[in-house]
Design a protein around this ligand. Structure first.
Ligand code: SF4
Length: 358
């Protein structure tokens, strides 16, 4: 479904919960999404399903299909900073209540829980710096809260709007571990514009990461997904690795396109419409429901060889572990500085707004 020329409608909404627990093997425990829906409009978007869980009164606008609605109807959680403050303050109080212990063993245990703050991932099902953020400006308050609680953060964005908050990110990176990454899939401008029509160019994303190097944040490139037959050329992979090395990123992760559900349907439709010459081969590669094993093995061998050639790390977890250890050491030396008084956040009343794709 091509909705790249449709207007984008942004709606304010109130959320009941800011943080959500994350299961599985992710290198973070909590997740925070400032927006529902994402106007970046990536053809491989895995989050299309998420609009189905909006409240029933909001479903009335989804007449043009769940995926079109996901890209064109964006919900901004205007009260999320208030909500987050409440949740973090509650977490902080429960930590404070367990102090001081009477037994040495308990004291060691309590110290451990005070030191180990849970990492929050910003934006698992939407981009926190999509165009709506320029209008709603929700993220600065979120960063201020992270600074106040010295809370570790992971964020991946395909926008350089994040540079607006560079000073806040810099401040946080001095007191807690911060990971800033960008998904980078294609260096060919015409292909990139087709697969990610609402995003800034690949060159601007690399430039954003290069500027982020001024902070103490860990910088990463997520070459995810690598799209078979489209972005898997030696030329494209080599260019991304080479640029990653040039900007001094700390790591690069690559993974092949995984297709299922709504995403599989809309992605194969996109290939049929925009790259009809690839359609049969593409369907063939995914005919079992998973990507062809032989193709996948060869791709990962290629990625490993490039990682070695450019002497880059692909071990996100090692980088993360080092950051956490550094955080714990800082907390141990400086002590726990959380105070019970909540931070004052200005409440902003917002109306629905119309944006256009950039
Ligand atoms: S930036 Fe992420 S959430 Fe937004 S459309 Fe692209 S893949 Fe989906």
């Amino acid at each position: 479904m091509d909705n790249s020329n449709s207007p984008i409608c942004c709606h304010p909404m109130e959320c009941k919960t800011a943080l959500h627990k994350v299961g599985g093997t992710y290198p973070y425990e909590l997740d925070l999404n400032v927006y529902r829906g994402c106007s970046h409009g990536c053809k491989y978007c895995f989050a299309l399903y998420s609009h189905k869980y909006l409240k029933s009164e909001q479903k009335s606008i989804q007449e043009d299909g769940a995926d079109a609605s996901y890209f064109n109807h964006i919900y901004a959680k205007t009260n999320i900073a208030f909500q987050l403050e409440k949740e973090l303050s509650r977490l902080g109080r429960s930590r404070m209540r367990t102090r001081p212990p009477t037994q040495t063993q308990t004291r060691i245990q309590t110290q451990k829980s005070l030191l180990a703050c849970k990492t929050i991932n910003f934006g698992s099902v939407s981009d926190s710096y999509q165009p709506a953020e320029a209008e709603f400006s929700i993220m600065p308050d979120i960063w201020k809260l992270m600074i106040r609680y010295k809370n570790p953060v992971v964020i991946s964005t395909k926008s350089d709007l994040i540079l607006r908050d560079l000073d806040l990110i810099d401040e946080l990176s001095k007191v807690a571990s911060v990971h800033v990454a960008s998904t980078i899939t294609a260096t060919d401008v015409s292909i990139q514009k087709k697969i990610e029509p609402g995003c800034v160019s690949t060159a601007r994303r690399f430039e954003m990461l290069r500027k982020m190097k001024k902070t103490d944040a860990t910088i990463g490139v997520h070459m995810m997904p690598v799209m078979p037959l489209l972005t898997d050329t030696d030329e494209n992979l080599e260019a991304i690795f080479s640029k990653t090395k040039e900007i001094g990123a700390d790591y690069i992760l690559g993974a092949a396109l995984f297709l299922r559900g709504e995403t599989k349907k809309s992605y194969l439709e996109f290939i049929q419409n925009d790259f009809p010459q690839l359609s049969n081969r593409m369907r063939d590669l995914y005919k079992t429901g998973h990507l062809d094993k032989k193709y996948k093995t060869e791709l990962y061998e290629k990625l490993d060889a490039l990682t070695a050639k450019y002497d880059l790390s692909n071990n996100y977890r090692r980088v993360d572990k080092e950051g956490r250890k550094r955080d714990e050491e800082k907390r141990r030396v400086e002590g726990w500085t959380h105070t019970e008084k909540p931070m004052r956040i200005e409440k902003k009343e917002r109306q629905s707004t119309l944006l256009q794709f950039c």
